[in-house]
Write a protein that binds this ligand. Sequence first.
Ligand SMILES: Nc1ncnc2c1ncn2[C@@H]1O[C@H](COP(=O)(O)OP(=O)(O)OP(=O)(O)O)[C@@H](O)[C@H]1O
Length: 224
Amino acid sequence: MIQVKDLSLTYPDGTMALKDVNIQIDSGQVVYITGPSGSGKTSFLKLLMGMEYPTSGHLRVLGRTMKKENALEIRKIRRDIGPIFQDFKLLKGRKVIDNVIIGMRFLKLSSNQMKERAKEALEKVGLSHKTNALVDNLSWGECQRVAIARAVARKPALIIADEPTGNLDKENALNILELLSSFKDNNTTVIITTHATHLIENIEDGVMIRIDKGNIVMERMAYE
Ligand SMILES: Nc1ncnc2c1ncn2[C@@H]1O[C@H](COP(=O)(O)OP(=O)(O)OP(=O)(O)O)[C@@H](O)[C@H]1O
């Protein structure tokens, strides 16, 4: 699903965000990427989503090589990725269900199919009762669940969540990690970044990758 070989990313101002990273991520896994602030976690996710391109090395995501020359192809793989951004990127002034449906706009689905999928996703994240509420009136945690529902409703091969535990206390952070990891199945890999290493240290079912200063310093594969 994801192959990374000698991957480096240097930003135009000379900041080296990732250095010689090597890893393989198979399908149907939960992958936790941890590391201190500024270690390169978000940069890695941007490379996976084709929002940045490697400066050197080789990156293949969902069967496609991530390089500038393949920009058109890469647009297609974005349909198979469900991103959950730190700032959620919800449309203000719109209902919860509309925000979930909008995530499916480039999939070839009828409006009824989109509605059904949106309702199903909202149920999974425990927000059915807010289907027709305006997102403007939701709490931070509810907005996060709308963003998760929007990603999940696309039925993507890859769910990517950037720092979903950021603003949460321990209990709620663990709940969100549990919810996100519940979307893993044979065809869906879930990748989660968090700087809260202590939260995931005891989670046994998952791959853990620790990044520091752009290098992978620890990698623990999933327990059988
Ligand atoms: N567009 C950019 N231009 C230049 N430098 C950047 C850019 N984006 C990130 N960086 C730098 O690259 C390094 C890695 O940043 P990145 O956002 O990947 O870290 P992170 O591990 O996600 O941090 P955090 O946990 O704080 O979100 C940092 O030094 C950061 O300042």
